[in-house]
Design a protein around this ligand. Sequence first.
Ligand code: B12
Ligand code: SF4
Length: 520
Amino acid sequence: MRILLYNPDNGVTRNFMPHLWMFLLQSLTPEGHEVVLIDGNAQPMDEAGIARYVLEQNIGLVGIGAMTRMIAKAYRMADAIRAVGVPVVMGGPHVTEEADEALGRNGGPRHADAVALGEADQTWPKIVEDAARGQLKDVYAPVDDFGQESKPSLKEYPAIPWDKINLGQFNLVPKMATRTLQRIGDGWGTFRIIPMESGRGCPYGCEFCTVTGFFGDSIRFRTNESVVNELLLLKARAKSEGGQIAVFFIDDNFAINIKRTKSLLRDIIAAGAQVHWVAQISANLLRDEELVDLIAASGGKWVFIGMESIDPTNLADVNKGFNKPGEYAAVLQRLAQRNVYAITSFIFGMDNDTVGVAERTLQEIRTWPAGLPIFGLLTPLPATPLYKRLEAAGRLTRPKHWQEFIPFAMAHTPLKMTIAEAHAEVKAGWARSYSPEAMAQAVDSLKDKPLGYRINIFIARMCFRGIYFPQMGPLSWLKLIYQNRRTISSLVKEGFSTWRGRGPITPVANGSLQTGVGAT
Ligand code: B12
Ligand code: SF4
């Protein structure tokens, strides 16, 4: 049987990183079946296109995975595939919580022949065999012989053949620049960000988060050896292609067990498996100096921190009181001292937020080492404790917000602001953080850092701006470059004079160039 695994596009991130679930399920597919992957972010497709594709390619089963944000598109694509007679199985966080919706059991249309609930590592081979026999069941739940929910231990993690997988669609280097860039340093003909998990689960149970409910509070880890081997495979691939690779450890809280994380990072260093990496770690776990040393020494470049709010009342409201705004600055300094920077994520529209929350937050951010702030709105995702609380209080204004998804739009009324005011706050957060002046200020504030780091921050900021302000086509990029011309020309001038005076420029494997002498 030919199986298509399809991930709908989200309209924002293009081909920035493949989705892990597709590669994982491909590796877990029983022998005798062929699996093709399409990520809509890299290969855009519409309903007619996918229907044509499955018929032309003789596809016998389509698997679709989606977050809540992309579910409306996922359903439309599923409907088109089913209309030409090909069965669809859906999985991922949204349909796990809303299986009846996907199966048309709540009065709406049916979109999927089958739904895989929760983690599908164990159920996927069974789904494939049932589909091959034409006997798909409606629901596949991961349960043991006694009918109890069972979670994969991750000790037996499949080897994803990263050395053989065709990753052509995920090269972030534009085609026209490939040849020239291949000659720079160790080669920049390709640059890919690859998702990798070292563990699953987070016990913290923040009110708005799907993770504790979905993956459970039992935390599971892969062996260090299996993670190290995967890194070595990726590193070898990048080298053989004359390109670069960076890894996104997608664990929800990469340092949830600090002892284990330190042991993994030590093993990465000992095996020479360092690549540049980014991971999500909560601020409370970054108090540990030794951990931060190991993060830097093992290739850690960016840490995503869910700061959410600078207001302790808000944090307590969403069960995230373990975040202490008073220590944010120290945490970020600790990282920056080691040339590790932070993607700091904030949520506006919380119950204690009032008008002016964006500016108050920005005033704090401006006192921190320059990083990448991002802003969102409190969103009641299905089945989260937040959803249940707001529903019980009658505060949901769009209870099925995912069916008419609108980016950066609230689905409930905040307590101390209107919805329109909350929208204005999030807009102000993005506009003031990513204006040409703010970009210049961020680069200037790193004057004592090597040129490569400043270029790195600048490029990353240009890309992150696109999360809120769509910049999909070449024209919008040209406009952005023009707006930031002063910063760009000062970086280029400095690069040129450094190159003339001090020797060649060598690349840093996270998207930047750095002078060869004295750079870290
Ligand atoms: C990586 C990641 C991202 C990446 C996605 C890009 C990428 N290429 O991966 C980035 C950073 C861009 C991102 C952004 C966002 N994310 Co995100 N993200 C994650 C994260 C941390 C890891 C995903 C992952 O790979 N997991 C590991 C794999 C193995 O698990 P999995 O995808 O769930 O797949 C398993 C099962 O679900 C199932 N499965 C999945 N798909 C399918 C399909 C089929 C056919 C079958 C049979 C089974 C199946 O089998 C897999 C193996 O067991 C998750 C949290 C988490 N730990 O999963 C959040 C998560 C998915 N994100 C979430 C959210 C909310 C967002 C944002 C909306 C946040 C925001 N406010 O902006 C944005 C939206 C982005 C966008 N523009 O689309 C929520 C989604 C909740 C929901 N109900 O949809 C999660 C669960 C985190 C959370 N805090 O609740 N995210
Ligand atoms: S710490 Fe992060 S992953 Fe864990 S529950 Fe809170 S938001 Fe979710």
